[in-house]
Design a protein around this ligand. Structure first.
Ligand SMILES: Nc1ncnc2c1ncn2[C@@H]1O[C@H](COP(=O)(O)OP(=O)(O)OP(=O)(O)O)[C@@H](O)[C@H]1O
Length: 760
């Protein structure tokens, strides 16, 4: 610090004495040569060195930096900051020196030799205009970096000033016109405020009526004060609300709406040419002779049973043709329905379905398969106007209806889908069609798939898009789950994700994912509070029967829970099964999957299990399917997407820039971990005893049982199971099977707990 003071004095003095002292500088060692600088020879020399030969006026930065260094060392402050001060100081030193050398070239002392020479040098290469540009650019850079001068900051400064002035202006205004206090509120457009105003006016007139009564009754009614209080509160709330929205609006104005796609801004959606037209270029080819023949056979068969037909009309679909008949008056519909087998016999065709009557149309429908079915290519349904212009959250193009219209539905509205069908009838193709539809419409930021594939081969192609579209558990290597025990962890992790999302929705005060994301995009939710853009999560299970067989209730419970609750927070399930028997599609699951698809099944019972109606047993296979979402059953020819096409699409997406890793699901600590921990009795869960009783009564040691009976979360139930194991009530974790219960009945349990208390 002393050095900096010495330099400072020398420099100041140098400016006044430099001319006198200049000639004596060479005689530094001569003691008789006198200098006039306040610090004599030292002052004259350092001044000459730093100012004349160095940086001119800006040399004062040196004593400033040295004194700062002294202060930092003295108080032991952060050295890193000191370094940055030196760096910035030196940059400023050079800038000022060059600038002064440029602008004050007739006074070379101001810019010093460095400033002069640098200008000279630069002039040769970039000229005066070039130097000006370099100086201006450097100045802006320094200001922006050092003082955070940005257009936004300047804009904000002025808008803050304006607001401040406005509030000052308002508050100055108010005392002048107390009666007009209400008037200032009318400026705000909020309807709630207007209501307040009315309310206040009412009370005001009411208040006016009261005073004459008061003196007589002797009551001390202090109404005005209360009024004022209410008034204040209202305006505060309004201001607070306004501040929040103003801030969001300002952010949107400055940076635009939040764009979740920005991180993969260059992502290209798959193109149509990746899909194969499957030889179908035009529409369906109509075989007129076949049509006539079928019509005649229907009419004749019915005539044989004395059923007259008033009218008959044919609608040709890709796989089946629908003949709509209007029977003559007086014919009972049940009579026609009973003739189903006879008509099928006379038409000698598989897959006749009679719809009597067709809902909403006063006709009876007979569906007859075409001799040559037309393949509905995925390409044609994806290219259709209906799909391309679909204003849906999760549009799925399933295929074509019987009247050859493209059938597009919104998965978000379904909200979950159950698919069943015997082997080889088109289930896997159907699943691929669903996933392909979504890949053609959604950006990787907006949707994530959790794929469960116990068959191990069906969904492997999607491995290529792992870092774009898949989600997985933090510690798992493979994104596509083929191991049934891992499925349980993933399902439970999805339940945690669901709970987390509900928490976020609650904080944001919205009811569903769409509203939440809209609010987040409008920058009304602060990411510092844990808010983030939430993608849809689609869980696809290819062979559900296999899962239920190996993991049973442990899978059923989280699936049912997700199906019941996950619709609002954007988790949707698509579950496919080969065996639609009642122990696979249980009542609990069925109740939560209103949207169901049946490919061809082998028996009427299977058809009833899936659709609650028969008909699926009469389909012709190869993608012929029935879709229901409640009451109506629609027959659809599923769009065909072959494995090479899926490979091309995943290749196309996979070759693009991706996220660093697959989307991470929350970590789930399974039942098998932490079992060796010895739980202290006092640390036990509050519901430990109830849980123990539930387990002992049911003689089944599973966390999901505790969950269901005591309505607990997964984590808590898991912890209780660990405590039960530590207490010797249940056995160790046994994979997919429930744990063994080591206590035979409630009496024994009571005794065990009593003994525990008594042992120190
Ligand atoms: N929509 C469709 N259009 C035309 N043909 C189809 C369609 N869907 C399926 N097929 C034909 O049926 C065959 C079997 O389909 P898929 O592999 O989807 O059956 P699956 O029900 O998944 O059988 P599994 O349960 O054994 O896996 C396909 O290879 C294809 O030839």
């Amino acid at each position: 610090m002393a050095l900096s003071v010495a330099l400072f004095i020398s420099f100041i003095s140098y400016f006044f004495t430099w001319q006198e002292d200049q000639s004596r500088l060479s005689a530094f060692s001569d003691r008789n040569a006198e200098t006039t600088n306040l610090l004599r020879k030292f002052g004259a020399s350092v001044g000459h060195f730093f100012i004349y030969k160095g940086f001119g006026l800006s040399a004062f930065i040196f004593p400033i930096l040295i004194s700062l260094t002294g202060l930092y060392l003295f108080f032991g402050l952060d050295k890193l900051k000191l370094w940055s001060k030196w760096i910035w100081g030196l940059i400023m030193l050079i800038w000022i020196s060059i600038a002064l050398g440029f602008f004050a070239d007739e006074r070379p002392l101001l810019g010093g030799l460095v400033g002069y020479e640098m200008n000279d040098f630069l002039q040769d290469y970039i000229g005066n205009i070039g130097i000006l540009l370099v100086l201006a650019f450097a100045l802006i850079t320094i200001l922006v970096r050092l003082f955070n001068f940005s257009p936004e900051a300047i804009g904000k400064f002025f808008s803050d000033k304006r607001k401040q002035l406005q509030t000052e202006f308002k508050s100055e205004d108010t005392p002048l016109q107390p009666a007009a206090n209400n008037g200032s509120i009318t400026l705000q457009t909020d309807s709630a405020l207007e209501e307040e105003e009315e309310l206040k006016l009412d009370t005001y007139t009411h208040k006016k009526d009261i005073p004459p009564l008061n003196p007589e009754s002797g009551l001390d009614v202090n109404l005005p004060q209360e009024e004022e209080h209410i008034d204040l509160e209202v305006s505060e709330v309004a201001e607070e609300k306004e501040e929040g929205t103003l801030k969001a609006e300002q952010l949107v104005k400055d940076f635009g709406e939040f764009d979740p796609r920005l991180e993969l801004g260059n992502y290209k959606f798959p193109t149509l040419d990746l899909l194969d037209p499957h030889g179908v270029t035009g529409g369906i080819t109509i075989n007129q002779a076949e049509l006539e023949e079928n019509k005649d056979r229907i009419v004749n068969t019915l005539k044989n049973y004395k059923i007259g037909i008033a009218q008959i009309k044919a609608t040709i679909g890709p796989t089946v043709t629908l003949y709509e008949i209007v029977p003559e008056a007086g014919i009972r519909i049940s009579k026609i329905k009973n003739l189903e087998d006879d008509i099928a016999l006379s038409l000698a065709a598989l897959g006749i379905r009679i719809i009597a009557p067709i809902p909403g149309k006063g006709t009876i429908g007979i569906e007859v398969p075409n001799k040559n079915a037309t393949i509905v290519s995925m390409r044609s349904v994806i290219a259709s106007k209906k799909f391309q212009e679909a204003e849906m959250q999760l549009p799925i193009a399933f295929g074509k209806t019987i009247s050859n219209e493209t059938f597009v539905v919104d998965l978000a509205k379904m909200p979950h889908l159950l698919m069943a069908g015997a082997t080889g009838q088109g289930k896997s193709v159907g699943l691929n069609a669903v996933i392909t539809s979504l890949l053609y419409k959604k950006h990787p930021a907006e949707i994530k798939f959790v794929l469960v594939d116990p068959k191990k081969v069906e969904l492997t192609l999607f491995n290529k898009i792992e870092r774009h579209f898949l989600a997985k558990l933090p510690d798992s290597e493979e994104a596509i789950i083929t191991d049934n025990t891992k499925v349980i962890n993933t399902l439970n992790s999805l339940c945690i994700e669901m709970d987390n999302r509900y928490e976020l929705l609650k904080l944001a005060m919205v009811r569903n994912l769409k509203e939440y994301n809209t609010k987040f995009k409008a920058r009304k939710l602060n990411p510092n509070d844990g808010h983030k853009f939430l993608p849809y999560i689609i869980l696809v299970v290819d062979e559900f029967a296999d899962l239920i067989m190996t993991a049973g209730k442990e899978v059923e419970a989280p699936i049912a829970r997700l199906a019941q609750l996950a619709r609002a927070i954007g988790i949707h399930l698509i579950i496919a099964t080969q065996r639609p028997s009642v122990n696979v599609i249980t009542g609990l699951i069925k109740a939560n999957f209103p949207a169901r698809i049946a490919f061809r099944v082998t028996s009427k019972i299977d058809s009833r299990t899936i659709l609650d109606a028969q008909g699926a047993d009469q389909l012709i296979g190869r993608g012929d399917m029935l879709y229901t979402q409640g009451n109506d059953v629609t027959r659809i020819q599923c769009a065909f997407v072959d494995t090479p096409e899926v490979a091309k699409i995943t290749e196309f997406i996979g070759s693009q820039r991706a996220y660093p890793s697959a989307h991470e699901l929350p970590e789930y600590v399974g039942e098998d971990s932490g079992t060796s921990v010895d739980y202290n009795i006092s640390d036990r869960d509050g519901l430990f005893k109830e849980a123990a009783e539930v387990i002992v009564i049911a003689q089944q040691g599973s966390a999901s049982l505790i969950q269901r009976k005591l309505k607990l979360g997964y984590n808590r139930a898991g912890r209780i199971i660990d405590q039960l194991e530590a207490a010797g009530i249940v056995g160790p974790f046994e994979g997919s099977k429930a744990r063994q219960v080591l206590v035979p009945d409630l009496m024994a349990l009571e005794q065990l707990l009593e003994n525990e208390k008594n042992t120190p």
